[in-house]
Design a protein around this ligand. Sequence first.
Ligand code: ADP
Ligand code: MG
Length: 448
Amino acid sequence: MTNQELWQAVLAQIQLNISQANFATWFKNTEISHQKEGRILVLVPNSFVKEWLQNKYNKNIFKILHDLDCNIREVEYQIGKAKIEPKKEEMIMPETDQLEFQEFKVNKDTNLNPRYTFDTFVVGPFNELPHAAAVAVSKKPGIVYNPLFIYGGVGLGKTHLIQSIGNEIDSAFKKNKVRYISSEKFTSEVVSSIKNQTIEQFKAKYRDIDTLIIDDVQFLAGREKTQEEFFHVFNILYEKNKQIILSSDRPPRAINSLTERLRSRFEGGMIADVSAPDLETRMAILKTKAQEKGVEFGEEIYQYIASVIKNNIRELEGALNRLVIYENLNHKKPDMEATQTLFKNILSSQNRVVTPRKIIQVVADFYDLKEREILNASRKKEIVRPRQIAMFLLRQELKSSFPSIGRKFDGKDHTTAIHSYKKILREVETDKKLEEEIVLIKEQILAS
Ligand code: ADP
Ligand code: MG
């Protein structure tokens, strides 16, 4: 195996166990630069990543490498520029949730990935309705359902579906100007056009679009200026009967701090949700993907994988990749036993439950404190804040009652818990760093 193949194998496995956001944060622009006598040198883009990989991921990375090649005894991280950097304009960058190992050319005009089409989209009871709505919209853009709002959990095909509409319209209606954009990208366009005083150009660009597709609109939460600009764009297009397609991980009413007028706009058309696929559809998806990749693993193996991976189609694909890597490494197809070994980590991680104890442990760990320190009554600033965050998460993640949260922390009363919860809730809105920390803490809670 070349260094590149080796690192790809590591990344493929890591990707299965952490969120896309975390993956993009810590593993983008990394590579193995060389290996010698069992020592592997990994290039990382900066000291932040270096430290993080060393402290948080090294055990996993090492274990995967060692499983792949038992001669590997040590992994080191060094700051340096990865040579195989993807060319930006030609590929989908792993910005949001589109991290792929294969490279796909994105259409420069529409920003759509040609891979996402209705042909390759498997339909089952879990996505029948959004699929039907999507097909209808692609046949009569601007006429049937406007806006079309698709929501559902991570990895269930929202991006695939809304991009399929775009690709279909783009090829069937040559004059229809289609544009796909993620909400983060949209937000950064708003921010930079305000900064550069080019808001008029920004508006002109969007006024011109016939089919506007905006992905993951839950990220507009709390961004008032962006919402305001989006509201204008929305109205202009809507009044001209232009098609607007939106996706989100939750329904409009559940998006916090979305202005009321935008919420009612979102609710004004068709709302359809994608749920998790049933076993039969999971099998169908595995077989379809295998066929696309030109591989084949047999009914029994698919049965097994479809029975352990239930809630995420991206993970189903990841599982298939894992089988492919196994086959390449071992020059034979995995049998049932090998498959079970390959997926035993997934099984155990799916059974994880979040408990108050776990939340407190992870928060303590994250801020390098002892559990006792967080639970005690100390008023030291470096402890007060993590304690508030722990209380916040107990409320948010477990819906614990305020009195019960208070009691856990040295018998504080419920007002302290309420105060902490509200304080963090408020600060997260404006404090980017705090927001990031909380995202990372949540990841750790789920991963531990
Ligand atoms: P989401 O946007 O909901 O997080 P994606 O659209 O990115 O999910 O889907 C994750 C992966 O699973 C993609 O590679 C996509 O092609 C694939 N996928 C999702 N749903 C389906 C489906 N119904 N049929 C085939 N592939 C699917
Ligand atoms: Mg998506």
